[in-house]
Design a protein around this ligand. Structure first.
Ligand code: G16
Length: 542
């Protein structure tokens, strides 16, 4: 039976860069999740009788909210819900299921790389029928609705057994519990040269894949160990746990340090990769070489045709504005389109749908293509292995040869986490106020060529997104960018992105922070960041 429940609106359900993310105790407030889910349904049209996909990264509170979402979908009039067994679907796998079965859309429960557990983070994100994150037009409508919602509808059916694959009925709606891995593994096998990768692994190249106690474990086990023949134990931390085993499931040099150290050690694996909470991010390391996400985008794009799924070539590349310009040089050489979008995968959706971009990437450890409409961690790892197999070279050889051909974009991001929100906003406002006066000013050897607050004009739907980050561009191609994160859940996170282009191969082996030291100092001088934030060093450097 369908019940209508009276509720009181919350005023803080504004989706950020990627859905609504809050601490579990916030989500556990009375009707908090229900209000947001109903606000999603109230903002959509034409879904009666259609299919909704539901899945999550297995974090704490995942199962509870999945039960609510299933019953609310039944009450809203969906014809069918497809949910991953155990409530599990990685973000790229959910995107694939939406596309493959032509679902109306999907709800993905995740706070991505943020920690999980009773006092940690939870999140809800809505994806549209192309499999990608809802565009701002929809997330704005959801937020508007959430501020005035007075009731929601829910079936009073009993909880379902999420672990049992099969089909059942809930108040007239069909519910299918599916194997979360099968469709995704088949998609990967169709894109990449599995026989060559299998031969590479059989030849003695040892890999270590760290799933960080999060959602990619079952996917990685199936793909790398079962299908590609990597020895058992190649996939680490492969059981998805509600608190990720206490890990911070963020694949970067800080949180995946153990893996990094292992690969760098003399007898360690030759190749290492890590994924985040919901499986859309990746980090790739080879012996003696950490691959920055910006370089990874450029190198994958430059070598794309080695993978059978991309043998016909790529139509274009898109990157978020703070991502380094390394990929731009590849696009220039290939004579294909290059697009610069705001941070957030949702901005790639239109370019991918229109066939303008084939490969997209972000500095925040995200890479992907038109095979789904989300970034895809394991896809990037498989792409790298396919490149290594095709070129018969190590990661280090591939990267250094790429730099020699295109030049190196030295790049680093400095994060200042949990800064007082007023102080962070004050710094951004002061920077904005300075923009007009910066061009022409010199700071040591650096002369400002241009400064602006990035605005994006979507070439497909004409929408405009303003205030997407402050850029200070110096003569010669160096730059610093400032923006506030849209994914944090406490205080503000200030991100400072620093980049320098170095064409001379003789100067490609300088330690990154050293190569960028003058820009880092100028970034602080212009923004007064340290004084305003009260911090004398970043929380995380990637
Ligand atoms: C999300 C978005 C990404 C974005 C990242 C960082 O990633 O999907 O597109 O680059 O946040 O955003 P911010 O700098 O605003 O924190 P994920 O992996 O958290 O879903």
């Amino acid at each position: 039976m369908i019940k209508t429940v009276a509720t009181t609106a919350y005023q803080d359900q504004k989706p950020g860069t990627s859905g609504l993310r809050k601490k579990v105790p916030v989500f556990a407030q009375e009707n908090y999740a229900e209000n947001f889910i109903q606000s999603i349904f109230d903002s959509l049209e034409g879904f009666k009788g259609k299919t909704l996909v539901i899945g999550g990264d297995g974090r704490y509170y995942n199962r509870e909210v999945i039960q609510k979402a299933i019953k609310m979908a039944a009450a809203a009039g969906f014809g069918k819900v497809m949910v991953g067994q155990g409530g599990i679907l990685s973000t790229p796998a959910a995107s694939n299921v939406i596309r493959k079965y032509q679902a109306f859309g999907g709800i993905v429960l995740s706070a991505s790389h943020n920690p999980g557990g009773p006092t940690e983070d939870f999140g809800i994100k809505y994806n549209i029928g192309n499999g990608g994150p809802a565009p701002e037009k929809i997330t704005d409508a959801i937020y508007d609705r959430s501020k005035s919602i007075t009731e929601y509808k829910i079936s009073d059916a009993a909880d379902v057994d999420l672990d049992d694959i099969g089909t059942l009925k809930i108040d007239g709606m069909e519910l299918e519990i599916i194997d979360p891995v099968e469709d995704y593994a088949a998609l990967m096998e169709g894109l990449f040269d599995f026989p060559s990768i299998r031969a590479l692994l059989a030849s003695g190249v040892r890999i270590a894949i760290d799933s960080m106690g999060a959602v990619t474990g079952p996917y990685a086990k199936e793909i790398f160990e079962n299908r590609l023949g990597a020895p058992e134990g190649s996939v680490r931390n492969f059981v998805p746990l509600p608190d990720f085993g206490g890990h911070h499931p963020d694949p970067n040099l800080v949180h995946a340090k153990e893996l990094y150290d292992d690969v760098m050690s003399k007898d360690g694996p030759h190749f290492g990769a890590a994924s985040d909470g919901d499986g859309d991010r990746n980090m790739v390391v080879g012996k003696g070489m950490f691959v920055t996400p910006s370089d990874s985008l450029a190198i994958i794009s430059a070598n794309a045709t080695v993978a059978p799924g991309y043998a016909r070539g790529i139509a274009g590349i898109a990157r978020s504005m703070p991502t380094s310009a390394a990929a731009d040089r590849v696009a220039e050489k290939l004579k294909i389109g290059m697009y610069e979008t705001p941070t957030g995968w949702k901005f790639f959706g239109n370019l991918l749908d229109a066939g303008k971009a084939t490969i997209c990437g972000e500095e925040s450890f995200g890479t992907g293509s038109d095979h789904v409409r989300e970034k895809d961690g394991l896809w990037a790892v498989l792409f790298w292995l396919n490149i290594l197999a095709a070129r018969n070279e190590s990661v280090k050889e591939v990267v250094t040869k790429h730099w020699a051909e295109y030049g190196r974009n030295y790049y680093s991001r400095h994060d200042y986490e949990e800064v007082d929100s007023d102080a962070a906003n004050g710094m951004m406002t002061a920077l904005r106020d300075k923009l007009a006066t910066l061009p022409g000013q010199t700071f040591g050897a650096l002369k400002v060529a241009a400064a602006d607050d990035f605005a994006y004009h979507d070439p497909i739907d004409g929408s405009v997104s303003k205030n997407q980050g402050i850029r200070i561009l110096f003569e010669g191609g160096s730059r610093v960018v400032f923006r506030l994160s849209g994914t944090g859940t406490s205080g503000a996170t200030i991100r400072v992105y620093v980049e320098r282009y170095e064409p001379d191969a003789a100067r490609h082996d300088i330690e990154t922070q050293t190569a960028l030291a003058d820009l880092i100092a100028v970034a602080d001088e212009i923004s007064d960041l340290k004084k305003r934030s009260g911090r004398d060093a970043p929380t995380v450097i990637t």
